[in-house]
Each structure stands twice: as structure tokens, then as C-alpha cells.
Design a protein around this ligand. Structure first.
Ligand SMILES: Cc1cc2nc3c(=O)[nH]c(=O)nc-3n(C[C@H](O)[C@H](O)[C@H](O)COP(=O)(O)OP(=O)(O)OC[C@H]3O[C@@H](n4cnc5c(N)ncnc54)[C@H](O)[C@@H]3O)c2cc1C
Length: 374
């Protein structure tokens, strides 16, 4: 499909979503430009990288859960292909780990809250198994003795977004993608067969879609002596009604996250750090000995229904949106890239994307009559 002269696809945004789309499109022979003044500087530089379709399955979000599961199933092959295309020795170089996730509750109330959710998740047929305190401590002896119980989600994995995005960038460049180091202020600036808006929070200004920044403060701790942390699973904890997650990396890092705030500033607050550290050390007391290596705030690209926006604009079929991935953009990278490239190739929106197309925010399913309005 490579043509001479005009660009086939202009991608706005060089985060994980835009780079993966560009790479996959170039693999299909398309001529692709990615416009971004600072690729990887968006939410992905902050994100924990949990690939957690099961623990993230929430009440009333069945369509989103199906998409999360679809993407999780694509991750092993995607990780292997990215690693190979970037010349890495293997998926471990992406920080890709498959030990699974433990969901834990510290008090009886916490456990009751967690149990409601995993009962719902089990009802959907998802793999999550309850564990008593002994079962939990057998798996992770470092958990605080007071942790009451929990569950094991073996299929919820992790990747390090700070390793993934540079690898995707290299894979894209090696397959012929051209990076343009500039921000796009107006889609009319671009001369391409199709424009893909993969600008995360920046998509709102370009498309008018209801995508908003949802602030998350997050910490990075470092194990003493450069050793790997002494626990292997991702731990998602309920602690006195709050939630926290701990993501151990082989290189000694532990990511502790994250606050969820309807704000757009980048301030790391004393209260935010205090809360995350208290919750982290309540669950794994040994973390108090770790170095506090980094504190940061980033913005998840949130939407009114927490689901991403993937598909053509109703009034501009030559503009495809792939933004608004909220808390799941790392997990959703493979399915988004592969579905968008299928759409670029066939011109047909796959029915699996129907719940996520941009027109869901403007569609009037049922125009009320005057009588109904009165
Ligand atoms: C605290 C926190 C924790 C998270 N944890 C997880 C997790 O564990 N698992 C998970 O799956 N997801 C997680 N996420 C969410 C995830 O980071 C995002 O959903 C994901 O990064 C979205 O990818 P993206 O490429 O769409 O956007 P981004 O990563 O935000 O990248 C957008 C890119 O677009 C560029 N851009 C913006 N506007 C323009 C413009 N006008 N012109 C050109 N370029 C532009 C930016 O420079 C940037 O490089 C987390 C997010 C946060 C904040």
C-alpha cells in the first residue's frame, strides 16, 4: 500500500498508543509520520504498567472488560515482537513479568470490600482465586502479618512503560516511521490520507471530545543494595478503605500508586505522598527501609464512561481517534494498535469497536417527544 509522495498516515502523539499504531501500520507497508514534540512524555512516563484485566474488571464495565481481556491475550506475542523489533534480548528487557497479582485486604472491612469485587469478577468467569491469610503469606512472606486475606489473579501481569515506549519508538523507526518533533495545534495542518489522533489528554483540544486529565500521584522506591525487591507479585491492597498498588521490578524498583484526583496540575503533595507511603508500609512493612527515589504526578486521559475512544470521527471519516485510555492505556496498547491498523487497511469499523467509537458521546439513541420532555 506504500504510495509515493503523500503520507498515508499522520499519527498525532508518540506515546505507547501512537507509536504502536505507527509501527503496526508501517509493518503493513504504509508511509507513516508521527508528530510529537516529546514522545513518551505523557501519561506513560508516569504509569505503573500493570496489565490487569481481571483486577481492573469493575461493576457495570462489561464491554471495557472484554476489551481489556482481548488486549491481555495479545500481550505475550506483542511483547515478543516489540522486543525482537527493537533488538532486545527478550521480553524481560521490557520489564515484562508474569508472576501475577495478589489482591489483599488488611482489615475485615477491607476484605469484605475486596471480596464483593472478586465475587463479581469470578461471576464473569475470570480467573481469580480466594486465599486465606496463610495462603497469602506462603506466596509473599513479606506481607504484614495483619493482612487478613486476599485473592490471586494469575493472569494479571506487568510491563515497565519506561522500557516499553523507547522500544516501540525504535521498532517504529526501524520499520520506516518518521518522527516529526513538533506539536500539532490544528488537524488542518496535516496533509495525509488518514490522520490518527493518539494524543492522550491532548486529544480533547484537537477533536472536542470529552477527554479530561485525571491526576495521579505515584512514587518510585528502590530496594537497598540494588537487589530485586523481596516480593514478586504485583500487590493491590485495600487498606482502611483506600486502595494502593505495589509493583516490583527486577531492577530493584517498586512503584507505589496512585492517587486519583479530578485535577490537572502536576503538584506532588505532602498528603499524597504520606497516604501512599502509609498504605504501602502497612501492607509490606519492609518498604520503610527502601529509598524514596522519585515522586511524580501525571494525568490519565479519562472519559465519561472510563472507556477509550477508538474509531473515526462521525463528520471526518479520514480522522481516526485512539485516545482516552484512562487507567488502561498500557494494557490496551496491542488491541488498540491492531484494531486501528485493521481499520486503516479495510476501512471497516470492526463490530468489537462499536462500544468505543467517538460518536457515542454525540449520538441521540432516542430523541424524546415534546410530551416526554414536559
Ligand atoms: C499514575 C498513573 C498510573 C497509571 N498506571 C497504569 C497501569 O498500571 N496500567 C495501564 O495500562 N495504564 C496505566 N496508566 C494509564 C496510561 O499511562 C495511559 O492510559 C497511557 O499512557 C495512554 O497512552 P497514550 O499514548 O494515549 O497517551 P500518553 O502516554 O499520554 O501520550 C500522549 C503523547 O501525545 C503527545 N501529544 C499530546 N498532545 C499533542 C499534540 N497536540 N501534538 C503532538 N503530540 C501531542 C504527548 O507529548 C505524548 O507523548 C496510568 C496513568 C497514570 C497517570
Amino acid at each position: 500500500m506504500r504510495t509515493t509522495g503523500r503520507t498515508d498516515v499522520a499519527v498525532v502523539g508518540g506515546g505507547p498508543i501512537g507509536l504502536a499504531i505507527a509501527w503496526r501500520a508501517a509493518q503493513r507497508g504504509m508511509r507513516v509520520l508521527v508528530h510529537d514534540p516529546d514522545p513518551g512524555s505523557g501519561a506513560s512516563g508516569v504509569a505503573a504498567g500493570m496489565l490487569a484485566p481481571v483486577a481492573e474488571a469493575s461493576f457495570g464495565e462489561e464491554a471495557l472488560t472484554r476489551l481489556l481481556l482481548d488486549s491481555a491475550a495479545r500481550w505475550p506475542r506483542f511483547a515478543a515482537e516489540v522486543a525482537a523489533a527493537a533488538g532486545l534480548t527478550g521480553v524481560a528487557d521490557l520489564g515484562y513479568r508474569t508472576e501475577g497479582t495478589l489482591v489483599v485486604g488488611r482489615t475485615a472491612d477491607d476484605l469484605a470490600q475486596a471480596r464483593r469485587l472478586w465475587t463479581y469478577q469470578r461471576g464473569l468467569g475470570l480467573p481469580i482465586t480466594a486465599l486465606d491469610a496463610t495462603g497469602l503469606h506462603d506466596r509473599e512472606p513479606l506481607l504484614a502479618p495483619r493482612v487478613r486475606g486476599g485473592a490471586h489473579a494469575p493472569d494479571d501481569h506487568q510491563v515497565d512503560p519506561r522500557r516499553l515506549v523507547p522500544a516501540l519508538r525504535l521498532a517504529a523507526l526501524r520499520s520506516g516511521v518518521v518522527l516529526v518533533s513538533a506539536a500539532v495545534r490544528d488537524l488542518a495542518e496535516l496533509d495525509a490520507g488518514t490522520v490518527v489522533v493518539a494524543a492522550g489528554c491532548g486529544a480533547a483540544a484537537l477533536t472536542g471530545l470529552p477527554i479530561r486529565p485525571v491526576k495521579g500521584q505515584i512514587l518510585r522506591l528502590r530496594a537497598p543494595g540494588g537487589e530485586p525487591p523481596a516480593f514478586r507479585h504485583v500487590i493491590r491492597g485495600y487498606n482502611d478503605g483506600r486502595t494502593v498498588y505495589l509493583v516490583p521490578r527486577h531492577d530493584g524498583e517498586v512503584v507505589v500508586g496512585a492517587t486519583v484526583e479530578e485535577r490537572a496540575d502536576h503538584t506532588v503533595t505532602a498528603g499524597g505522598v504520606l497516604e501512599l507511603l502509609r498504605d504501602a508500609t502497612d501492607l509490606v512493612p519492609e518498604l520503610a527501609e527502601y529509598e524514596l527515589a522519585e515522586t511524580m504526578a501525571g494525568h490519565r486521559p479519562g472519559t465519561p464512561d472510563n472507556a477509550p475512544v477508538i474509531g473515526p470521527l462521525a463528520d471526518r471519516p479520514d480522522v481516526i481517534v485512539a485516545s482516552g485510555h484512562y487507567r488502561h492505556g498500557i494494557l490496551l496498547t496491542p488491541v488498540t494498535a491492531e484494531r486501528v491498523v485493521d481499520l486503516l487497511t479495510s476501512g471497516v469499523v470492526d463490530p468489537a469497536l462499536a462500544p468505543f467509537t467517538p460518536d457515542r458521546f454525540t449520538r441521540t439513541e432516542h430523541a424524546p417527544s415534546r410530551e416526554e420532555i414536559r
